[in-house]
Design a protein around this ligand. Sequence first.
Ligand code: G
Ligand code: G
Ligand code: MN
Ligand code: NA
Length: 254
Amino acid sequence: LMLETKMWAALERGGFEVHLQAQVSLETGRVIGAEALLRWHDPELGSIEPSRFIPIAEESGLILPLGDWVLARAMALLAEWQHEGLGGLRLAVNLSARQFGGGALLSRLDQLLAQHQIDPSRLELEITETAAMRDPENTRALLRQLRARGFKLAIDDFGTGYSSLAYLKLFAIDRIKIDRGFVKDIEHDPNDAAIVGATIGLAHSLGLSVVAEGVETQAQWGFLRDKRSDEAQGYLFGRPMPAREFGEFVRAQA
Ligand code: G
Ligand code: G
Ligand code: MN
Ligand code: NA
């Protein structure tokens, strides 16, 4: 309860921040976009991990105003990039199940698009398999509407849900993010290597693109490039960093 109270206060006082982690093209080696990751620094408790505060936010309902804040921040960043000559970048935002349960998401996104004059294809919405399957019919309908608007849709942590292949049939999406649990031992574990290779092939044959998560080594990078994964994200290219640093990071590669 203490964390919950502190979180509400942090939301009002600007205690949350969005950090950005680069996503890199495996073909060109260039940064093509980023994933937005929430960070919370409390003056007394210090930095608190998302894995600790997101579940509390989800249970308490705080995830709705917090998620809304992240979306607004993301749209504002996209607008900044557009003005700074970084308009080609894409920004991915994580959505919680509760955010697509309520029916407010679409109109809120429309409002933000109009406010910031953003090309909707620059924003990618990441949903996890488990969140999507809480109410599959509702999810399916909403994802269709989001896609019709031009937003990009990604399935996060792909392969860790109960019925990953069923989601591919049920939901119209653009991209899958291969969970870092499969990437970690890719060089040593032939099963992981086979799973990742086959997943990339499956995604491509369905017309989806692939981001591999948690890439930490050159060997993993080489493997993924050989298997024609489209993009990669991980400590090898950069940790999640403050937005200003990310802008400099992207410019430095030019
Ligand atoms: O940021 P890592 O750095 O620790 O993120 C941990 C988890 O928190 C990830 O599973 C990520 O999906 C989740 N997360 C990070 N930012 C957000 C956010 O803005 N909204 C939601 N719903 N989850 C987030
Ligand atoms: O939304 P998702 O669960 O995919 O959130 C990404 C999480 O993965 C964040 O917690 C982020 O800090 C973490 N992460 C990103 N890159 C790496 C990496 O290369 N190695 C590890 N161990 N974690 C990573
Ligand atoms: Mn994610
Ligand atoms: Na993930």
